[in-house]
Design a protein around this ligand. Structure first.
Ligand SMILES: Cc1cc2nc3c(=O)[nH]c(=O)nc-3n(C[C@H](O)[C@H](O)[C@H](O)COP(=O)(O)OP(=O)(O)OC[C@H]3O[C@@H](n4cnc5c(N)ncnc54)[C@H](O)[C@@H]3O)c2cc1C
Length: 485
């Protein structure tokens, strides 16, 4: 591992003849798909991360892209990437721009590659239960285009209305149906990707290889640092013939967690599993989907397990309501923030001085982790306003905020002492997860927000990644600075 990490933000490439490059890009994708106006450069040069939450990376919000390029297909992506590699121009793949970690910030300027024109469903195989889709398709459109076949995708995050298929793959996102179908990466059967020198590669669309490593894993959760995903073959699922909601209420989180572990150990697989403790109490939200007998069996055995753990049946209604509202935050984001100037987007978030953390640990250590994290945070006067297990017992989330409610506003955020304290507390609990054999983030990726903690999580394996990056991307153009590469 290098002794000192390179700076996150570096000057844009020097000596680039931008007018010449812009006209060469226009020749590749068409003049109307090369944007250099200040409004476009502004709006594309950020995602949903607000600077006040990127405690260690505020400078990351300063650089703007030099040009936005909107290719139409894999061939055009390949040509643009090859040109960028030749001239050593940084290039950042851009899906829906809804990431919450700053993974699309153009830390060294250069090209923002907007993949929204790669938005077609290419084929569906009800026999193989797979669909081939272009990377820039919005998840909501993916759902709609599968419906006539009686099929649906398995990835159902809050951000279905706004995020793209390849963005979800590149962050290995988690959604509401992950208890049954796993995170997005688990649902990827095969990929087509453009490597950092413009070469196009394709992995075989079968669920398992025993003929060497499956290169699709180079791109899953990689935030675009190893190439651009242009097409993916994804597992799809029958729209379920039956579904049933259940909600259980617990007096303490440990009892609810014991129920979740017992369900998992027995092999009970709901599609939705969410154990939340907040101001409203401790509720386990469950949805079972699939064939009728399986759903009935899941519901009745779960009742036994939850009651044995001290849970009370709160009926289906709380989960029905939860399910109905699951995309509301993204619909709100689409209506009030998406595509707006950065300052306007950032201004929206100033009232919410909270941070959402998503750690993963071996299930057997989660309750010990909670206790130790509570102690660390309490020592800093930081409150946990929500705890959550989402999808599997290993996925543990906390919503944290200053304990003093008067500090949960914009004026408090302008006070470096308040923010510095929250930043330090957040780092302490993320490092604790790493030190207890877990990881600091299971849902949203690293972006610029968690870059500073990634090398300590990767340990000696980081050197292998650096070497791989150097080999595949000698000019270091692909989303430079991300994943601490
Ligand atoms: C209101 C709201 C709710 C959210 N809820 C959830 C949730 O429930 N679960 C969840 O996991 N996330 C959630 N997110 C975060 C976000 O939606 C996800 O991280 C999503 O997967 C990002 O998709 P995107 O298309 O917007 O990617 P972007 O933000 O555009 O990009 C994310 C990363 O992927 C890279 N990338 C994008 N396209 C490609 C490509 N074609 N090839 C290679 N790299 C690429 C980018 O360079 C970047 O590093 C939420 C966000 C918001 C605003």
């Amino acid at each position: 591992m290098p002794d000192t990490e390179p700076p996150l933000v570096a000057p844009p490439p020097s000596g680039v003849d931008w007018p010449d490059l812009t006209s060469r890009l226009a020749a590749l994708v068409g003049t109307e798909h090369v944007l250099t106006d200040p409004q476009s450069l502004d709006r594309y040069s950020a995602d949903a991360l607000m600077p006040q939450l990127a405690y260690h990376a505020e400078s990351a919000f300063e650089p703007l892209a030099d040009v936005v390029v909107r290719p139409a297909d894999t061939g055009e992506v390949s040509a643009v990437v090859a040109l960028a590699q030749q001239q050593a121009i940084p290039l950042v793949p851009y899906g829906g721009g809804t990431g919450v970690m700053g993974a699309v910030l153009p830390l060294r300027g250069g090209i923002l590659l907007d993949l929204s024109r790669l938005n077609r469903l290419l084929s569906v195989s009800p026999e193989s239960l797979t669909a081939e889709v272009q990377g820039g398709m919005i998840l909501e459109d993916f759902y709609a285009s599968l419906e006539p076949y009686g099929l649906m995708p398995g990835h159902d995050p809050y951000s279905v209305p706004i995020a793209t298929v390849a963005g979800a793959i590149s962050t290995n996102g988690v959604g509401y149906r992950a208890a049954a179908f796993g995170p997005m990466g688990d649902q990827v059967v095969g990929l087509e990707a453009v490597l950092p020198d413009g070469r196009i590669i394709e992995t075989r669309a079968v669920p398992k290889l025993s003929s060497g490593p499956n290169l699709k894993h180079l791109f899953i959760g990689s935030e675009g640092v190893f190439g651009v995903i242009t097409r993916a073959t994804i597992n799809v699922f029958r729209i379920p013939e039956a579904s049933a909601y259940a909600t259980y209420e617990f007096d303490d989180f440990a009892a609810g967690f014991a129920a979740v572990r017992a369900m998992t150990a027995l092999g009970i697989r709901p599609t939705l599993l969410d154990l939340t403790e907040d101001y409203a109490g401790i509720l386990l939200y469950l949805l079972f989907e699939g064939f009728r007998e399986g759903v009935d069996a899941g519901i009745s055995r779960t009742a036994q397990v939850c009651q044995a753990a001290g849970g009370r049946n709160a009926g289906p209604e709380p989960t029905q309501e939860y399910w109905r509202r699951r995309h509301d935050s993204a619909l709100n984001y689409r209506q009030n923030a998406l595509g707006r100037p950065r300052q306007e987007r950032w201004a929206r978030g100033w009232g919410r001085t909270i941070d959402y953390l998503h750690m993963s640990l071996p299930a057997g250590r989660v309750m010990e982790y909670r206790q130790r994290a509570d102690e660390l945070l309490a020592a800093r006067d930081i409150a946990v306003v929500e705890y959550c297990i989402w999808s599997r017992p290993e996925f543990f989330s906390m919503l944290v905020a200053p304990a003093d409610e008067r500090q949960r506003n914009r004026r408090a955020w302008d006070d470096p002492a308040v923010r510095g304290n929250l930043a330090a507390g957040v780092d302490e609990v993320l490092e604790l997860a790493q030190d207890m054999g877990g990881i600091m983030e299971y849902c949203h990726g690293v972006g610029v927000k968690l870059n500073h903690l990634l090398p300590r999580e990767q340990g000696a394996s980081r050197q292998a990644l650096l070497e791989l990056k150097q080999l595949l991307d000698p000019a270091g153009i692909m989303n430079p600075g991300k994943l601490a590469l």
